[in-house]
Design a protein around this ligand. Structure first.
Ligand SMILES: C[S@@+](CC[C@H](N)C(=O)[O-])C[C@H]1O[C@@H](n2cnc3c(N)ncnc32)[C@H](O)[C@@H]1O
Length: 265
């Protein structure tokens, strides 16, 4: 398992320098990020203590630090941790940033949090979600929240897009119920895609389910951003429809990602 995780961390190390240039201008990714920002802000008010699990280059950590939250951010990749530290320092912000995996929360000592969040898929790279659940609950205050955005198994627009091109391998790439290698620049990241119900089962001993909704269900997956831009004036109605359909029963179990809020029992 150590090799698997270090391979994933190495792939993200190599990706860290290019991450912001790929991610920040992408309005489809920003749409999903904004949904997590809204959900965290709605559940806990500053100066609450937040833990960012898989912080990447620290976009969320800085966002919350600048709004008066006490932020601790962790990532398995050393290079991502460096990028987060630099981002916080450039903005004269304040956050604790540590090189630790999602299943190594004990490295943080006895710090207790009001809420934890994990944005845009870090938990898809974790093999032992049950450990994350137990450690997460131990480091949350009573009734504390865990808010996650997770890559979903069934992304209808992705299936449709690749099936139309006759590429059934890509159309069904998210379906295996185990970790599979996914290429990231020159590296490989082991990833598992989840249905919300299946994901929640790893956490149900320690958490209640508060909310689950789709992210980018009517809107396409972020790698189709350039095609999406060609939709021109249609992008606004699509975003409007996406926000309306994503929380609905049945539809909320699909999408590019899902957003889930759990509360410590
Ligand atoms: C797609 S990026 C998302 C980064 C950030 N949350 C964001 O919204 O921009 C996934 C991040 O999760 C980190 N990661 C992957 N597996 C992890 C693990 N087991 N523990 C902690 N971080 C992990 C990667 O190093 C990478 O920085």
């Amino acid at each position: 398992m150590e090799n698997v995780l270090s391979e994933t961390a190495r792939a993200f190390d190599a990706h860290a320098q290019n991450y912001d240039a790929l991610v920040e201008p992408n309005a489809l990714l920003q749409n999903m990020r904004a949904a997590l920002w809204t959900e965290v802000t709605r559940r806990v008010a500053p100066p609450a203590r937040l833990l960012d699990i898989g912080c990447g280059t620290g976009i969320d950590a800085l966002y919350f630090a600048q709004r008066g939250y006490y932020v601790t951010a962790i990532d398995a990749s050393r290079e991502m941790v460096n990028q987060t530290r630099q981002r916080i320092a450039r903005a004269n912000g304040n956050a604790r940033v540590e090189n630790a995996r999602a299943d190594e929360l004990d490295k943080l000592g006895d710090e207790k949090f009001d809420a934890m969040y994990s944005d845009l898929g870090p938990l898809n790279c974790v093999e032992n979600l049950g450990t994350v659940s137990a450690q997460g609950a131990a480091h949350l205050k009573p009734r504390g929240y865990l808010i996650v955005s997770v890559m979903a198994r069934v992304c209808p627009l992705e299936i449709f897009y690749f099936a139309l091109r006759g590429d059934f391998k890509q159309a069904t790439r998210r379906f295996p119920r185990q970790m599979i290698p996914v290429n990231l620049e020159n590296g490989t990241v082991l990833t598992r895609y989840y249905d919300p119900g299946e994901f929640f089962r790893f956490f149900q001993n320690d958490f209640h389910l508060v909310m689950s909704r789709a992210l980018n269900l009517v809107l396409p997956p972020p790698y189709l951003f350039h095609r999406y831009q060609r939709a021109g004036v249609l992008t606004k109605p699509l975003a409007w429809l996406d926000a309306r359909v994503s929380p609905l029963p049945f539809f909320r179990n699909m999408g590019d990602h899902f957003l889930m809020t759990l509360q410590r029992r």
